[in-house]
Ligand binder design. Structure first.
Ligand code: C2E
Ligand code: MG
Ligand code: MG
Ligand code: MG
Length: 292
């Protein structure tokens, strides 16, 4: 590295790199304080039944309200949090907050939808996940069937035997497992058959060019057929156009999620009636949901 830059080892401290490293250190310092300062919040993105358009679930998506940088999306801090191990306490907060909110929805409007929480590979490998989930559900008196844990295909495949054990314990408890970003990893069909999941989420990458790309359509058809055989719900994520919506419904996806149908919003907007069918607006001007 240093040599390729033509200098001696001090070129590691060349100004721009130094700035970058300092930024990373600042990020970690800020992240360590973020929990105490209560800077995290959850937005919820709805999932709908493809045929009836009934709300079937909401997915909790983490945001960091940074004092100077504003709303920071997860892609900009989760990788650093994972490397520093901070994702474990952050993930505990996410699980607790999502269960707390779901229990509120159960009590306030007898919500019959589920709340989904994304798990990182680090949390999944961290011991005591099953006990943490059990304790969190108990703390909020939430029935396990209202909780979905989204695990990516690559996370689940990382250490298959231990993953199977954890997933089985969770499903025996009554929690649902969803395999996120499906199609981007490399699970063998044999493993998939053994995974105690109840849902597959087709990665957004296959949905994007669906209308033009016949290969994507063929892959989605194959995933749907597989899901039917294994008795799984098939959710398509990243639905942005009504053309995609029609395609996916025709191909047999059971649930749909995407900006077309609902952006990630604060919890209050999940139970409020629709104000207007406006805009392709920002997260700050979301379309609410009618439960009437
Ligand atoms: P994911 O679980 O696959 O979530 C879907 C992402 O796609 C979300 O981004 C969502 O806002 C975005 N999305 C939804 N519909 C559309 C659409 O129609 N078009 C486009 N272009 N995007 C759409 P977000 O919230 O930035 O989250 C990104 C990723 O960060 C998530 O991917 C998940 O892997 C991770 N993540 C989010 N919250 C958490 C969390 O609490 N814990 C962990 N470990 N990971 C999280
Ligand atoms: Mg997800
Ligand atoms: Mg996904
Ligand atoms: Mg993703």
């Amino acid at each position: 590295h240093a040599k390729s830059l033509g200098g001696d080892r001090y070129c590691f401290f060349e100004p721009s790199m130094n700035a970058n490293a300092q930024q990373q250190m600042q990020l970690l310092r800020d992240l360590r304080l973020a929990l105490e300062r209560r800077e995290f919040l959850l937005l919820y993105q709805p999932k709908f039944d493809a045929l009836t358009m009934a709300l079937t679930g909401v997915e909790a998506l983490l945001r960091w309200q940074h004092p100077e940088r504003g709303m920071v999306p997860p892609d900009q801090f989760i990788p650093a949090a994972e490397k520093a191990g901070l994702i474990v306490p952050i993930g505990e907060w996410v699980l607790d907050e999502a269960c707390r909110q779901m229990a509120l929805w159960r009590n306030a409007v007898e919500a019959d939808w589920t709340v989904a929480v994304n798990l990182s590979a680090v949390q999944f490998a961290h011991s005591g996940l099953t006990q943490l989930v059990a304790a969190t559900l108990a703390r909020h008196a939430l029935e396990p069937r209202y909780l979905v844990l989204e695990v990516t295909e690559s996370t689940a495949m990382r250490d298959v035997d231990s993953s199977m054990t954890i997933l089985r314990q969770l499903t025996e408890m009554g929690v649902h497992i969803s395999i996120d970003d499906f199609g981007t990893g490399y699970s063998s069909l044999l493993y998939l058959k053994r995974f105690p999941a109840s849902e597959l989420k087709i990665d957004r990458g296959f949905v994007r060019d669906l209308a033009r790309d016949t290969e994507d359509a063929a892959i989605i058809s194959a995933i749907v057929a597989l899901g039917r055989t294994l008795n799984l719900n098939i959710v398509a994520e990243g639905v942005e156009t009504s053309v995609q919506q029609e395609f996916l419904t025709r191909l047999g996806c059971t649930s749909l999620q995407g900006y077309l149908l609902g952006r990630p919003v604060g919890p209050d907007l999940i139970t409020e009636p629709v104000p207007q069918l406006t805009s392709t607006g920002e997260e700050s001007s979301p379309r609410g949901l009618s439960l009437c």
